[in-house]
Write a protein that binds this ligand. Structure first.
Ligand code: 0X9
Ligand code: ZN
Length: 782
């Protein structure tokens, strides 16, 4: 009670006073100004400080003196505010104790822009490398036009999955583009889920996050059974830039602009689009002062951006989930957002919020805290409180990375945060979409391929969906598309985990399976959701994987260093979740381990010379071709002499006595700008294969000192074999292999007078066929 009263008091104070922006009004007109490089707005001398006002009155004073409030929480306890040099001096004089989080805000903005320009330069130098010509990638931030170009690109790529529409226009007449993504076919009965980002202009990391999810859905359909299944049962609506004018303004003019660009008169601009909704409009935690960063506007839906979203969502037939995506603080917030709001489903929202944060934790171990929005602070008229009220759906406000720690730059997280953030948040969106649209969740990683006649165990989990799982779980499989599905024996492993044996037919076929489970509501849920019509196919090949290393164990690699190497030798490690100097923030396969050039945080790259990682001896004989694959990471874009050093790889077929250069990534171009890159080598094109093959990876810092961060992961050698022709007589069981099984198959065929027993082709099944089979067997097939 005490806490509630305090929050109320402080928030109404905030509402009354607003967050003043000294010296702001005179520079606020340059909306359409300038190209991307120009930042006419300067924050020279500004600091970001954390201060803990001792009273409501003192808090009011801080807000009055601040240019922008950065923190989520405004109330009792510490708040983070951006202050000018003058305001800082005043606050010092008035006895505020301040912890400086960013010493020079303008320098942080300039550094961010320099990184963006550097990346843009790399892309311009080599457009073909820009993720195969994509309009954006996830290694840097992009202007509005590029984000929208990517939307259109995805739509053009898969018009069968994506439709793009403008749901309305902004104050300055920019379109608010929305993509609807769903599987082909009749989508009429499918429920809707909606995700949006960039409602607040300065929260740049949110845009790539929704777009990464869009990419994952569009490019994963038909490839990843989880995505296929989801899109066959739901319609996903993604609005990447809900506040286009604000985003453009924060890109071109004032980096930490939050609101839209409504002209409030008197040189004052902007309504907070997250206070403009018809839920307790103009209540606590919203301001009536047009100068305030939380100005609610003259009335609910006064703004075309919020009105467009309202109309779009209201027209959807069956909205089950919605996320309004913000940054920063790593929070998953659910209604109620004010004391005035009643939320009958609060317990369910809290439970789903917990599930969402767990799904994010599973991606990279980043903590997001599930929380009732009200417990953060009261905010009246927010989007996700409105969408809860309007649809009684699973609605949330996400706050993405960073977590608010000192030096993490709040709204300007460095570019290496984009990909991990996008990946973990896409997990959350998928979790929520599955949770709200399919009655049960099926989690499994089917095998990539099978060997002829060698069954493989497939293990899967059944996670709770809207309904409780029941014990009735069935698996149907067949050996090839020509056969009929038959039910398989399923063994429960406990904890909602199950396993079954997937049998493998002849080489060249594909085994297929799907899973069914009965919910306690009596519904049958299938995975993939179209069941037999979209069964998971696992190809049967005669290829053999003779070496595979994820580096989760020590398989005998050796590290040798140049005499002049001073730091950064290869080390088998679980990468630290930082990436601050361009090093990998996670291994390539997400199984945990990789080889990296030093794994300490801070200054930990290759310095002075070369460090070489050499594989154990591998027997690469046999098969038609030897295909060696591995994932590499090289970032040499930071520090004094960027783009000078390569990551090279060499092969030896004499146990390491002599080495043949086989390729490299870098020294320049995007492949040397961070991110895992899979390389494929056909050994036969480089050197004759022997039973003493080795591969080695050389990371080096030559010439001028530079930051060189490298990684190696997922090394595997496959010997390919074409499937033998199916008319191979001795292969009686037709499994693509000549082995003892064919003898028993012949005996069986003989005793059942199956034509396959006729090995000498005389159309008579008799004793002569046995000797003919032995003869055919010894001749072999190819
Ligand atoms: O205040 C907001 O609009 C959101 N935070 S942000 O810093 N991204 O602007 C959060 C609103 C969450 N709702 C409540 N706290 N009631
Ligand atoms: Zn926000």
């Amino acid at each position: 009670m005490h806490r509630s009263a305090a929050a109320l008091a402080l928030c109404s104070l905030l509402a009354a006073q607003g967050t003043a922006q000294p010296a702001a009004a005179d520079v606020l007109q340059a909306d359409q100004a300038a190209g991307p490089a120009a930042q006419p707005w300067a924050y020279a001398g500004d600091r970001l400080v954390r201060v803990t006002p001792e009273s409501g009155e003192r808090l009011g004073r801080v807000l009055e003196l601040s240019r922008h409030v950065w923190s989520e929480r405004v109330g009792r306890g510490p708040i983070e505010v951006q202050v000018s040099a003058g305001a800082y001096a005043t606050m010092q004089a008035e006895g505020f104790e301040m912890q400086v989080l960013i010493e020079d805000v303008q320098a942080a903005v300039d550094a961010e822009r320099a990184r963006i320009d550097f990346r843009a330069g790399l892309l311009a130098d080599d457009p073909a490398l820009a993720r195969g010509g994509d309009a954006i990638d996830f290694s840097t931030y992009y202007p509005y036009e590029d984000l929208i170009a990517f939307v259109n690109q995805l739509a053009a790529e898969r018009p069968d999955l994506v439709s793009v529409q403008s749901i309305g226009t902004s104050i300055q007449d920019r379109e608010i583009w929305t993509m609807t993504i769903t599987g082909p076919g009749d989508a009429a009965g499918r429920p809707d889920v909606a995700f949006n980002s960039l409602i607040h202009a300065r929260e740049w990391i949110t845009g790539p996050t929704t777009l990464y999810t869009a990419e994952r859905l569009v490019r994963g359909y038909g490839v990843d059974p989880r995505i296929t299944s989801l899109l066959d049962s739901v319609r996903v609506h993604i609005t990447p830039v809900m506040n286009p004018d604000g985003y453009v303004y924060s890109w071109n003019t004032e980096r930490y602009w939050r609101k839209n660009r409504r002209d409030n008169g008197g040189g004052i601009f902007g309504v907070d689009l997250n206070r403009n909704w018809d839920v307790n409009f103009a209540g606590n935690g919203a301001s009536a002062d047009p100068l305030s960063d939380i100005y609610h506007g003259p009335n609910a839906f006064s703004e075309p951006e919020s009105a467009a979203m309202r109309d779009f969502l209201t027209a959807l037939p069956d909205l089950r989930a919605h996320v309004d995506t913000h940054s920063y603080s790593q929070l998953v917030l659910h209604s109620p957002g004010t004391f005035a709001q009643s939320v009958p489903d609060e317990a369910e929202l809290a439970q789903v919020a917990a599930g969402i944060t767990q799904s994010m934790l599973d991606a990279f171990g980043a903590f997001y805290v599930p929380q009732r929005a009200l417990d953060l602070y009261e905010a009246a008229g927010t989007f996700s409180d409105w969408s809860y009220d309007a649809f009684r759906a699973l609605t949330f406000t996400f706050e993405l990375r960073p977590n608010g720690g000192a030096g993490l730059n709040g709204f300007s997280p460095e570019d290496f945060y984009i990909r991990p953030t996008a990946e973990e948040v896409s997990q959350a969106y998928l979790y929520l979409a599955e949770r709200s649209a399919t009655p049960l969740r099926f989690l499994l990683s089917p095998p990539e391929s099978l060997r002829p006649g060698e069954p493989a165990d497939v293990t899967f989990s059944l996670a709770r969906g809207v309904n409780q799982p029941s014990s009735v779980v069935r698996v149907f499989a067949r050996g090839s598309a020509a056969a009929a599905f038959t039910e398989q024996a399923v063994t429960p492993l406990g904890d909602d985990r199950y396993t079954f044996s997937l049998s493998s037919d002849a080489c060249g076929n594909a085994a297929e399976f799907y899973i069914e489970a009965l919910t306690t509501q009596g519904e049958t849920a299938s995975f993939p959701s179209r069941g037999a019509d979209a069964a998971i196919a696992v190809p049967v090949t005669a290829d053999t994987v003779v070496f595979a290393d994820s580096f989760n164990t020590d398989q005998g690699w050796t590290v040798t260093n140049d005499a002049d190497l001073t730091d950064g030798q290869w080390e088998r490690a679980v990468p630290v979740d930082e990436g601050t100097r361009g090093e990998p923030f996670a291994d390539a396969e997400r199984t945990g381990w990789a080889y990296v050039t030093d794994n300490a945080s801070g200054n930990a790259d290759v310095d002075g010379g070369a460090t070489t990682l050499t594989s154990p001896v591998i027997d690469a004989t046999g098969g038609d071709l030897g295909v060696l694959k591995f994932s590499l990471w090289l970032d040499n874009t930071r520090g004094g002499n960027p783009q000078e050093d390569a990551l090279r790889y060499e092969l030896s077929n004499d146990g390491g006595a002599t080495w043949i250069p086989a390729g490299q990534i870098g020294p320049d171009g995007l492949l040397a700008a961070g991110g895992w890159v899979e390389q494929t080598l056909i050994i036969d094109t480089i050197a004759p294969r022997t039973d003493t093959m080795r591969v080695r990876f050389i990371a080096e810092d030559l010439g001028g000192g530079s930051v060189v961060e490298a990684g190696v992961d997922a090394v595997r050698l496959t010997l390919t074999n074409a499937c033998p022709p199916s008319d191979c007589l001795a292969d009686v069981n037709d499994d693509g292999l000549l082995d003892g099984g064919d003898f028993f198959a012949w005996v069986n065929a003989f005793s059942t007078s199956d034509p396959a027993a006729d090995q000498n082709g005389d159309n008579v099944i008799d004793g002569g066929d046995f000797f003919a089979w032995v003869n055919n067997f010894s001749l072999g097939c190819d």
